[in-house]
Design a protein around this ligand. Structure first.
Ligand code: PMV
Length: 337
């Protein structure tokens, strides 16, 4: 069998994608930091055949992933018309611990999309733009996965002030003050279990949501303001927009029908402690949340020592088994072989 390997990172949204239209088109624009440590490495082995797929996770055969991969291959037929004439072995592994509560769908779907792009290239099929097509494919597997293709930041969803932005694929975003390229993301693992409500269901609940229109409009306004903060290196404006986006995401969940809460009591304890620490010390330490209980702490590398001491002394106690992961803004995917 021939093979190709890509390593692709996870990402953390600053303006949140929450709500979508078929197939995997976003109801509002979003923008994210590309991460560095949290990543999926996928080797795709292929030989001529009839479209058979076998998946291995951390070396073990994992048939439970097959339905998702088959849906993905159906949705990406236009981009990868060759997949029915080849047999594939997908060997995938994550840098972050299993069941840590870190979603592997963004990094996993982007790594697989990149591998399939490399196969497409090897087969001599015309490619318009390698990373744009990879991002479009990743989007069809995992909406937020479309943003894992470029560092240090990526934007997805049409937004009037974000150059090149569109709903089909994410674009790289680089107009940022260097301080943001140094940003750290320490992920406090408040709850490690699987989510009570999947993001697929959460997105669906934005359909007919009483605050949907206002929320989608707000994402546009917040993204415009965030771009200004990013280019001016305005940490305070950055922090208040990012924290507001995180809380709004969870507010949408709480106001859905049916309503649900993905935060854990310790999520709120961490948030209160971060606010108090920032007030007392002036450290530019901010939080964001994804669709779960874990807290992402965002801060410049220049404040790493003081923040890590604060985490060790005051926040670790709110983490499941005291665990947290240290990550940082990264450069995007890497072809390994
Ligand atoms: O890509 P999905 O369907 O898992 O949705 C991700 C949604 C959030 O993580 C909450 C926000 C985002 O923009 O990544």
């Amino acid at each position: 069998m021939k093979e190709v390997t890509w390593k692709s990172p996870s990402n953390i949204a600053l303006v949140k994608y929450w709500g979508k239209y078929p197939v995997q088109l976003p109801a509002n624009p979003s923008i994210s930091f590309t991460l560095s440590a949290a990543a999926t490495t996928t080797t795709l082995k292929y030989k001529q055949g009839t479209g058979q797929v076998v998946v291995f996770l951390e070396g073990e055969e994992a048939p439970s992933f097959l339905p998702k991969i088959h849906t993905f291959l159906e949705r990406t037929q236009k981009l990868f018309p060759f997949t029915r004439e080849w047999d594939f072995e997908v060997h995938t592994s994550n840098s972050f611990p299993h069941s840590s509560g870190i979603a592997s769908s963004a990094s996993g779907m982007s790594a697989l999309s990149l591998c399939l792009m490399s196969v497409k290239e090897a087969l001599g099929i015309t490619i318009t733009d390698f990373f744009e097509e990879a991002s479009e494919a990743a989007r069809l597997g995992s909406g937020s996965g479309s943003r894992s293709l470029y560092g240090p930041m990526a934007a997805w969803g049409t937004h009037e002030n974000t150059p090149g932005s569109n709903d089909r694929f994410a674009v790289a975003y680089n107009h940022i003050d260097p301080i943001f390229k140094s940003f750290q993301d320490t992920i406090l693992l408040v709850d490690k279990g699987t989510k009570k409500v999947s993001s697929t269901v959460g997105h669906q609940l934005m359909e007919g949501h009483p605050y949907a229109a206002a929320r989608f409009q707000q994402a546009h306004t917040n993204q415009t303001a965030l771009l200004t903060a990013l280019s001016e290196g305005d940490l305070e404006a950055f922090g208040s927009l990012v924290e507001s986006e995180a809380l709004t995401l969870h507010a949408m969940m709480m106001a859905s029908t049916p309503y649900f809460i993905l935060m854990h009591p310790n999520t709120l304890k961490v948030i209160e402690a971060v606010w108090a620490f920032r007030k007392e010390t002036g450290t530019p330490l901010y939080f964001t949340l994804d669709a779960g209980a874990n807290v992402h702490l965002l801060y410049p590398a220049s404040h790493k020592d003081v923040t890590l001491s604060f985490i060790e002394e005051h926040l670790k106690t709110f983490c499941k088994d005291g665990s947290y992961l240290c990550d940082a803004v990264g450069a995007g995917p890497e072809k390994i072989g």
